[in-house]
Write a protein that binds this ligand. Structure first.
Ligand SMILES: Nc1nc2c(c(=O)[nH]1)N[C@H]1C(S)=C(S)[C@@H](COP(=O)(O)O)O[C@H]1N2
Ligand SMILES: [Mo]
Length: 315
């Protein structure tokens, strides 16, 4: 295998998966690999780099509905991450030198046990494979095999006080590394929030990787939120702070365009965006549009959270 861009590319992005796994095995296995149960023996033989020497192929998987996962190359080359670029196809390149290690997540606010978690602590939680749909508010979607665990595990550990009603998340603020944060159109850092009962739902996921690999920067390295029943913008990347609060947090998108983006942002084909329909979506890799499902297909697991709530008024 030729390694052309080794001077400018971090090691794990140019090594083939096989070589990466070999290296990890020699090093005794990193916490990440051990925690998600991927061993050098069972990572599959389907790893030959093709024409592109940077290409790494992963066997496609299926979600609980039998839908195939979006290829790794698509998931990692079509991204929304405004801190780096508003052009989805330029994010991967612009984020490639992002330093996500060492990393800390401060968990505090209205809790009995505030703590600062290093990535070692976060990777100690059993890393499950969770294959979920991601539906961007812009009308495209993917199916992504995340590695991670329920956010509730962290919340239970810090013990929210009874006054805590919402969970507020914050992305790293570092304009030197994230030049998009110089843009005056948005209030940085990126902020998102969940009501506490939403945050405790098992589907609300703290993700540390995808397809069994640690995150590349463009996907929100080293740790992000994944909320599969809500529009993708709720799934905040590169988190440094999780805070329990009493007031509903104002997200970056609510502040930027309050008429277009609400706090709840549940996927809902019956409530159109002011500028486009939400009735259908383009699954990346497919040609025709498909129907968008209420709560992105997770109605059974989450609809009860919104009993009695007007889902048109509370978008
Ligand atoms: N910090 C941060 N998190 C973010 C974004 C962003 O611009 N900055 N974009 C959001 C949007 S709009 C979507 S659709 C998803 C995209 O995730 P992906 O690039 O991994 O597909 O990330 C969300 N999380
Ligand atoms: Mo999005």
């Amino acid at each position: 295998m030729k390694i052309r861009s080794s001077e400018i590319t971090p090691k794990t992005t140019y090594l083939s998966r096989k070589e990466f796994m070999k290296g990890a095995a020699i090093a005794g296995g990193s916490a990440f690999l051990a925690a998600c149960g991927v061993s050098p023996q069972n990572n599959g033989g389907n790893n030959s780099a093709s024409g592109n020497e940077n290409a790494v192929s992963f066997p496609v998987k299926k979600d609980e509905f039998g839908t195939e996962t979006t290829p790794f190359e698509s998931i990692t080359n079509f991204n929304n991450f405004y801190e780096f670029n508003t052009d989805k196809e330029a994010v991967a390149k612009d984020a490639r030198n992002f330093v996500s290690s060492p990393w800390q997540v401060e968990v505090g606010g209205l809790v009995n046990n505030p703590m600062i978690l290093g990535m070692g602590d976060i990777l100690k939680f059993e890393q499950e494979e969770r294959i979920y749909r991601l539906r961007c508010v812009e009308g495209w979607s993917m199916v992504i095999p995340w590695n991670g665990f329920s956010l509730s595990k962290i919340l239970n550990m810090v013990e929210p006080k009874s006054e805590a009603k919402y969970v507020r998340f914050e992305t790293l603020y570092d304009p030197e590394q994230m030049p998009g944060q110089d843009s005056k159109w948005y209030e940085w850092p990126y902020v998102e929030g969940l009501r506490i009962d939403e945050a405790m739902n098992d589907l609300a996921t703290i993700a540390t990787g995808l397809y069994g690999e640690e995150f590349k920067p463009q996907s929100g390295a080293p740790v992000r939120l994944v909320v599969p029943w809500k529009y993708g913008f709720k799934s905040i990347k590169s988190i440094v702070k999780i805070e329990l609060v009493t007031e509903m947090p104002t997200s970056l998108w609510m502040a930027a365009a309050p008429r277009e983006y609400g706090f709840f942002a549940n996927v809902n084909p019956d409530v159109d965006h002011p500028r486009w329909s939400q009735g259908s979506e383009r699954r990346i890799g497919e040609l025709s549009r498909i129907e968008t499902l209420k709560f992105n297909g997770y109605e059974e697991q989450v609809a009860a959270l919104y009993d009695g709530m007007d889902l048109e008024a509370n978008y």
